[in-house]
Design a protein. Structure first.
Length: 364
Protein backbone atom coordinates (compact mmCIF):
# COMPACT_ATOMS: atom_id res chain seq x y z
CA UNK A 1 0.00 0.00 0.00
CA UNK A 2 2.89 2.40 0.89
CA UNK A 3 4.58 1.59 -2.46
CA UNK A 4 1.32 2.31 -4.40
CA UNK A 5 0.84 5.69 -2.60
CA UNK A 6 4.50 6.60 -3.23
CA UNK A 7 4.11 5.65 -6.91
CA UNK A 8 0.89 7.70 -7.19
CA UNK A 9 2.53 10.80 -5.59
CA UNK A 10 5.51 10.46 -7.93
CA UNK A 11 3.31 10.24 -11.05
CA UNK A 12 1.18 13.19 -9.90
CA UNK A 13 4.30 15.34 -9.27
CA UNK A 14 5.74 14.32 -12.64
CA UNK A 15 2.47 15.24 -14.39
CA UNK A 16 2.58 18.70 -12.74
CA UNK A 17 6.28 19.30 -13.47
CA UNK A 18 6.13 18.04 -17.07
CA UNK A 19 3.17 20.27 -18.14
CA UNK A 20 4.10 21.22 -21.70
CA UNK A 21 3.23 24.27 -23.75
CA UNK A 22 3.63 23.44 -27.45
CA UNK A 23 4.86 26.47 -29.39
CA UNK A 24 5.86 26.42 -33.10
CA UNK A 25 9.29 28.06 -33.47
CA UNK A 26 8.56 31.71 -34.46
CA UNK A 27 11.03 34.07 -36.04
CA UNK A 28 13.51 35.41 -33.49
CA UNK A 29 12.54 32.78 -30.79
CA UNK A 30 15.44 31.71 -28.51
CA UNK A 31 15.60 27.95 -29.38
CA UNK A 32 18.43 25.44 -29.98
CA UNK A 33 20.14 26.16 -33.36
CA UNK A 34 20.40 22.52 -34.58
CA UNK A 35 17.88 20.08 -33.15
CA UNK A 36 16.82 16.53 -33.90
CA UNK A 37 13.32 15.05 -33.49
CA UNK A 38 12.89 13.10 -30.24
CA UNK A 39 15.72 14.95 -28.42
CA UNK A 40 15.50 17.75 -25.81
CA UNK A 41 17.84 20.67 -25.20
CA UNK A 42 18.23 23.18 -22.35
CA UNK A 43 20.21 26.15 -21.16
CA UNK A 44 20.30 27.21 -17.48
CA UNK A 45 21.05 30.36 -15.50
CA UNK A 46 24.63 30.27 -14.13
CA UNK A 47 24.51 32.28 -10.84
CA UNK A 48 26.87 35.16 -9.99
CA UNK A 49 30.15 34.21 -8.23
CA UNK A 50 31.05 36.22 -5.09
CA UNK A 51 34.04 36.41 -2.73
CA UNK A 52 34.42 37.92 0.75
CA UNK A 53 36.98 40.74 1.23
CA UNK A 54 38.08 42.53 4.42
CA UNK A 55 39.21 46.17 4.46
CA UNK A 56 39.93 48.99 6.91
CA UNK A 57 37.33 51.78 6.77
CA UNK A 58 37.85 55.29 8.22
CA UNK A 59 35.27 55.91 10.97
CA UNK A 60 36.53 59.26 12.26
CA UNK A 61 39.22 61.49 10.70
CA UNK A 62 42.23 62.74 12.70
CA UNK A 63 41.58 66.11 14.36
CA UNK A 64 42.83 68.55 16.99
CA UNK A 65 41.23 69.74 20.24
CA UNK A 66 41.78 73.15 21.82
CA UNK A 67 42.23 72.86 25.64
CA UNK A 68 41.81 76.02 27.70
CA UNK A 69 44.13 76.71 30.70
CA UNK A 70 41.96 78.92 32.95
CA UNK A 71 43.13 82.34 34.17
CA UNK A 72 44.26 82.98 37.79
CA UNK A 73 42.51 85.67 39.84
CA UNK A 74 43.17 87.62 43.15
CA UNK A 75 40.75 89.48 45.45
CA UNK A 76 41.03 93.35 45.97
CA UNK A 77 38.82 95.80 47.93
CA UNK A 78 37.98 99.37 46.80
CA UNK A 79 35.34 102.03 47.41
CA UNK A 80 32.88 102.20 44.57
CA UNK A 81 29.81 104.20 43.66
CA UNK A 82 26.78 102.20 44.79
CA UNK A 83 24.17 104.62 43.50
CA UNK A 84 24.76 107.83 41.51
CA UNK A 85 23.21 111.15 42.46
CA UNK A 86 19.87 111.67 40.71
CA UNK A 87 16.63 113.59 40.67
CA UNK A 88 13.08 112.35 41.17
CA UNK A 89 10.02 113.78 39.43
CA UNK A 90 7.03 113.92 41.78
CA UNK A 91 3.61 114.14 40.14
CA UNK A 92 0.83 116.38 41.57
CA UNK A 93 -2.37 114.67 40.30
CA UNK A 94 -4.99 116.51 38.23
CA UNK A 95 -8.46 117.43 39.53
CA UNK A 96 -11.59 116.24 37.64
CA UNK A 97 -15.34 117.12 37.52
CA UNK A 98 -18.42 115.34 36.05
CA UNK A 99 -20.40 116.81 33.06
CA UNK A 100 -23.37 115.53 30.97
CA UNK A 101 -23.78 116.08 27.17
CA UNK A 102 -25.83 114.72 24.23
CA UNK A 103 -23.87 112.91 21.48
CA UNK A 104 -24.88 111.37 18.10
CA UNK A 105 -24.52 107.55 18.15
CA UNK A 106 -25.78 106.92 14.58
CA UNK A 107 -25.62 109.39 11.61
CA UNK A 108 -28.67 109.96 9.37
CA UNK A 109 -28.78 107.64 6.30
CA UNK A 110 -30.95 106.27 3.50
CA UNK A 111 -32.10 102.71 2.67
CA UNK A 112 -32.89 101.29 -0.81
CA UNK A 113 -36.05 99.09 -0.74
CA UNK A 114 -36.80 96.72 -3.66
CA UNK A 115 -40.37 96.55 -5.06
CA UNK A 116 -40.60 93.01 -6.55
CA UNK A 117 -41.58 92.40 -10.20
CA UNK A 118 -45.03 91.04 -11.20
CA UNK A 119 -45.33 87.90 -13.40
CA UNK A 120 -47.99 86.20 -15.56
CA UNK A 121 -48.23 82.67 -17.10
CA UNK A 122 -48.01 82.15 -20.93
CA UNK A 123 -48.32 78.91 -23.00
CA UNK A 124 -46.72 78.35 -26.46
CA UNK A 125 -45.86 75.46 -28.81
CA UNK A 126 -42.11 74.65 -29.21
CA UNK A 127 -40.15 72.30 -31.51
CA UNK A 128 -39.01 69.34 -29.35
CA UNK A 129 -37.32 67.25 -32.09
CA UNK A 130 -36.60 68.31 -35.71
CA UNK A 131 -37.59 66.24 -38.73
CA UNK A 132 -34.87 63.64 -39.56
CA UNK A 133 -34.05 60.80 -41.93
CA UNK A 134 -32.61 57.39 -41.10
CA UNK A 135 -31.36 54.34 -43.00
CA UNK A 136 -33.06 50.98 -42.30
CA UNK A 137 -31.00 47.85 -43.02
CA UNK A 138 -32.62 45.04 -44.99
CA UNK A 139 -30.70 41.96 -43.73
CA UNK A 140 -28.77 39.65 -46.08
CA UNK A 141 -29.90 36.08 -46.89
CA UNK A 142 -27.56 33.10 -46.27
CA UNK A 143 -27.36 29.38 -47.14
CA UNK A 144 -25.48 26.46 -45.50
CA UNK A 145 -22.62 24.65 -47.39
CA UNK A 146 -20.31 21.77 -46.28
CA UNK A 147 -16.65 21.19 -47.32
CA UNK A 148 -13.55 19.16 -46.23
CA UNK A 149 -10.42 21.33 -45.51
CA UNK A 150 -6.87 20.77 -44.28
CA UNK A 151 -6.59 22.33 -40.82
CA UNK A 152 -2.80 21.99 -40.48
CA UNK A 153 -0.12 20.37 -42.73
CA UNK A 154 2.34 17.70 -41.55
CA UNK A 155 5.40 19.36 -39.92
CA UNK A 156 7.94 19.25 -37.09
CA UNK A 157 7.88 21.74 -34.24
CA UNK A 158 9.77 22.76 -31.14
CA UNK A 159 7.97 22.08 -27.87
CA UNK A 160 8.92 24.21 -24.84
CA UNK A 161 8.65 22.42 -21.49
CA UNK A 162 8.11 24.33 -18.26
CA UNK A 163 9.15 23.45 -14.64
CA UNK A 164 11.44 20.65 -16.00
CA UNK A 165 13.26 18.29 -13.59
CA UNK A 166 16.41 18.80 -15.71
CA UNK A 167 16.91 22.15 -13.91
CA UNK A 168 18.92 21.79 -10.66
CA UNK A 169 18.21 25.38 -9.59
CA UNK A 170 15.79 26.13 -6.72
CA UNK A 171 13.76 28.08 -9.29
CA UNK A 172 12.88 25.69 -12.24
CA UNK A 173 12.14 28.71 -14.47
CA UNK A 174 15.93 29.37 -14.56
CA UNK A 175 16.17 26.53 -17.21
CA UNK A 176 14.76 26.71 -20.76
CA UNK A 177 14.10 23.26 -22.37
CA UNK A 178 13.00 22.70 -26.00
CA UNK A 179 12.19 19.36 -27.72
CA UNK A 180 11.59 18.75 -31.50
CA UNK A 181 8.54 16.55 -32.24
CA UNK A 182 6.75 15.44 -35.49
CA UNK A 183 3.18 16.67 -36.00
CA UNK A 184 0.97 14.87 -38.69
CA UNK A 185 -1.38 16.78 -41.02
CA UNK A 186 -4.92 17.29 -39.71
CA UNK A 187 -8.18 17.56 -41.74
CA UNK A 188 -11.64 18.67 -40.72
CA UNK A 189 -15.10 18.70 -42.32
CA UNK A 190 -16.76 22.04 -41.72
CA UNK A 191 -20.22 23.37 -42.35
CA UNK A 192 -20.40 27.10 -42.99
CA UNK A 193 -22.93 29.73 -43.92
CA UNK A 194 -22.41 31.42 -47.31
CA UNK A 195 -23.92 34.72 -48.49
CA UNK A 196 -26.88 34.22 -50.87
CA UNK A 197 -28.28 37.79 -51.10
CA UNK A 198 -26.28 40.77 -49.72
CA UNK A 199 -27.80 43.21 -47.21
CA UNK A 200 -29.32 46.52 -48.51
CA UNK A 201 -30.57 49.77 -46.92
CA UNK A 202 -33.56 52.14 -47.44
CA UNK A 203 -34.17 55.72 -46.24
CA UNK A 204 -37.14 56.53 -43.91
CA UNK A 205 -38.33 60.06 -42.91
CA UNK A 206 -39.00 60.67 -39.18
CA UNK A 207 -41.48 63.62 -38.70
CA UNK A 208 -40.71 66.53 -36.35
CA UNK A 209 -42.10 66.49 -32.76
CA UNK A 210 -43.64 69.50 -30.89
CA UNK A 211 -44.70 70.07 -27.27
CA UNK A 212 -46.72 72.66 -25.30
CA UNK A 213 -44.52 74.78 -22.93
CA UNK A 214 -45.96 76.89 -20.07
CA UNK A 215 -43.66 79.58 -18.67
CA UNK A 216 -43.74 82.72 -16.48
CA UNK A 217 -43.21 86.11 -18.17
CA UNK A 218 -42.59 89.55 -16.60
CA UNK A 219 -45.77 91.66 -16.38
CA UNK A 220 -44.23 94.57 -14.42
CA UNK A 221 -40.41 94.76 -13.81
CA UNK A 222 -38.95 95.14 -10.31
CA UNK A 223 -38.30 98.74 -9.06
CA UNK A 224 -36.61 100.40 -6.03
CA UNK A 225 -37.51 103.26 -3.64
CA UNK A 226 -35.34 105.29 -1.21
CA UNK A 227 -36.30 105.50 2.52
CA UNK A 228 -34.66 108.15 4.82
CA UNK A 229 -33.39 106.97 8.23
CA UNK A 230 -32.96 109.81 10.84
CA UNK A 231 -29.88 110.18 13.13
CA UNK A 232 -29.87 108.71 16.68
CA UNK A 233 -28.60 110.52 19.86
CA UNK A 234 -28.04 109.67 23.56
CA UNK A 235 -26.96 111.51 26.76
CA UNK A 236 -23.42 110.71 28.05
CA UNK A 237 -22.01 111.56 31.53
CA UNK A 238 -18.19 111.87 31.66
CA UNK A 239 -15.34 113.21 33.79
CA UNK A 240 -13.35 116.18 32.47
CA UNK A 241 -10.12 117.84 33.76
CA UNK A 242 -10.74 120.77 36.13
CA UNK A 243 -7.05 121.36 37.06
CA UNK A 244 -4.33 119.56 35.00
CA UNK A 245 -1.64 117.42 36.68
CA UNK A 246 1.72 119.09 37.60
CA UNK A 247 5.27 117.88 38.48
CA UNK A 248 8.15 118.96 40.77
CA UNK A 249 11.86 117.89 40.79
CA UNK A 250 13.41 116.39 44.02
CA UNK A 251 17.27 116.00 44.32
CA UNK A 252 18.55 112.52 45.50
CA UNK A 253 22.27 112.41 46.67
CA UNK A 254 24.79 109.70 45.53
CA UNK A 255 25.54 106.58 47.69
CA UNK A 256 28.96 104.84 48.14
CA UNK A 257 30.10 101.41 49.56
CA UNK A 258 33.22 99.19 49.83
CA UNK A 259 33.37 96.57 47.01
CA UNK A 260 35.48 93.34 47.02
CA UNK A 261 36.18 92.02 43.52
CA UNK A 262 38.42 89.52 41.71
CA UNK A 263 40.98 90.80 39.22
CA UNK A 264 43.09 88.81 36.71
CA UNK A 265 46.48 87.75 38.04
CA UNK A 266 47.42 85.45 35.10
CA UNK A 267 45.34 85.54 31.86
CA UNK A 268 43.80 82.33 30.43
CA UNK A 269 45.82 80.37 27.82
CA UNK A 270 45.10 77.61 25.24
CA UNK A 271 46.97 74.53 23.97
CA UNK A 272 46.35 72.25 20.92
CA UNK A 273 45.94 68.45 21.52
CA UNK A 274 46.24 66.05 18.52
CA UNK A 275 43.42 63.40 18.26
CA UNK A 276 44.37 60.38 16.01
CA UNK A 277 41.99 59.01 13.31
CA UNK A 278 39.74 56.01 14.13
CA UNK A 279 39.31 52.95 11.83
CA UNK A 280 37.18 49.77 11.85
CA UNK A 281 37.48 46.45 10.00
CA UNK A 282 34.63 45.85 7.45
CA UNK A 283 33.87 42.52 5.72
CA UNK A 284 31.78 42.65 2.52
CA UNK A 285 30.87 40.53 -0.53
CA UNK A 286 32.52 41.34 -3.89
CA UNK A 287 31.29 40.15 -7.32
CA UNK A 288 33.95 37.97 -8.97
CA UNK A 289 32.03 36.82 -12.08
CA UNK A 290 28.62 37.94 -13.42
CA UNK A 291 26.16 35.08 -14.00
CA UNK A 292 24.49 34.42 -17.36
CA UNK A 293 22.56 31.76 -19.30
CA UNK A 294 24.70 28.85 -20.55
CA UNK A 295 24.79 27.53 -24.13
CA UNK A 296 22.19 25.03 -25.39
CA UNK A 297 23.08 21.42 -24.42
CA UNK A 298 21.29 18.13 -25.01
CA UNK A 299 19.45 16.97 -21.85
CA UNK A 300 17.23 14.08 -20.79
CA UNK A 301 13.71 14.53 -22.17
CA UNK A 302 11.01 14.76 -19.44
CA UNK A 303 9.60 11.31 -20.35
CA UNK A 304 13.01 9.79 -19.47
CA UNK A 305 13.29 11.61 -16.12
CA UNK A 306 11.65 8.93 -13.97
CA UNK A 307 12.18 7.00 -10.77
CA UNK A 308 14.46 4.46 -12.53
CA UNK A 309 16.77 7.05 -14.18
CA UNK A 310 17.05 9.18 -10.99
CA UNK A 311 17.92 6.08 -8.93
CA UNK A 312 20.63 5.21 -11.49
CA UNK A 313 22.07 8.77 -11.21
CA UNK A 314 22.00 8.60 -7.38
CA UNK A 315 23.96 5.31 -7.39
CA UNK A 316 26.53 6.76 -9.84
CA UNK A 317 26.99 9.85 -7.63
CA UNK A 318 27.45 7.69 -4.54
CA UNK A 319 30.05 5.53 -6.37
CA UNK A 320 31.89 8.74 -7.40
CA UNK A 321 32.10 9.88 -3.74
CA UNK A 322 29.21 12.39 -3.73
CA UNK A 323 26.39 11.85 -1.20
CA UNK A 324 22.97 12.10 -2.99
CA UNK A 325 20.99 11.06 0.09
CA UNK A 326 18.72 7.99 0.03
CA UNK A 327 18.48 6.03 -3.27
CA UNK A 328 14.75 6.74 -3.64
CA UNK A 329 14.39 7.83 -7.31
CA UNK A 330 13.45 11.42 -6.25
CA UNK A 331 15.44 14.41 -7.55
CA UNK A 332 15.46 16.15 -4.15
CA UNK A 333 17.60 18.98 -2.77
CA UNK A 334 20.39 16.64 -1.56
CA UNK A 335 20.63 14.88 -4.95
CA UNK A 336 20.65 18.28 -6.77
CA UNK A 337 23.44 19.57 -4.47
CA UNK A 338 25.54 16.42 -5.10
CA UNK A 339 25.09 16.79 -8.90
CA UNK A 340 26.20 20.45 -8.83
CA UNK A 341 29.30 19.53 -6.74
CA UNK A 342 30.16 16.79 -9.29
CA UNK A 343 29.71 19.27 -12.21
CA UNK A 344 31.91 21.90 -10.51
CA UNK A 345 34.64 19.32 -9.74
CA UNK A 346 34.67 18.08 -13.37
CA UNK A 347 34.38 21.55 -15.01
CA UNK A 348 30.95 20.68 -16.50
CA UNK A 349 27.95 22.99 -17.19
CA UNK A 350 25.96 23.37 -13.96
CA UNK A 351 22.25 23.31 -13.20
CA UNK A 352 20.76 20.60 -15.49
CA UNK A 353 20.68 16.87 -16.32
CA UNK A 354 22.66 17.22 -19.59
CA UNK A 355 23.99 14.25 -21.57
CA UNK A 356 27.62 15.36 -21.01
CA UNK A 357 27.22 15.12 -17.19
CA UNK A 358 25.42 11.74 -17.37
CA UNK A 359 28.16 10.34 -19.70
CA UNK A 360 30.87 11.52 -17.26
CA UNK A 361 28.95 9.85 -14.40
CA UNK A 362 28.43 6.64 -16.40
CA UNK A 363 24.66 6.96 -15.92
CA UNK A 364 23.64 7.80 -19.53
Amino acid sequence: MVFIMKRFNFLFLAAMLFTVTAIAQPGGQDTPPDGEPGKCYAKCLIPDEWTTVTEQRLVKEASTRIEVIPAEFEAVTEQGLAKAASTRIEVIPAEFETVTESIMVKAPSTRIEVVPAEYSTATEQMLAKAEAKKLITVPAEYETVTENIEVSPATTKWVKRKADKNCLSADPSDCQVWCMVEVPARYETITKTALKTPATTKEVTIPAEYQQVTKRVVKAPATTRTIDIPAEYKNVTKRVVKNPAQTRVIEIPAEYKNISKKVIKTPAQTRVIEIPAEYKTVTKRKLVKKGNFSEWKEVLCPVKVNEFSISKIQRALKDAGYDPGPIDGVLGSQTRAALIKFQKANNLPQGRLDIETLTKLGAN
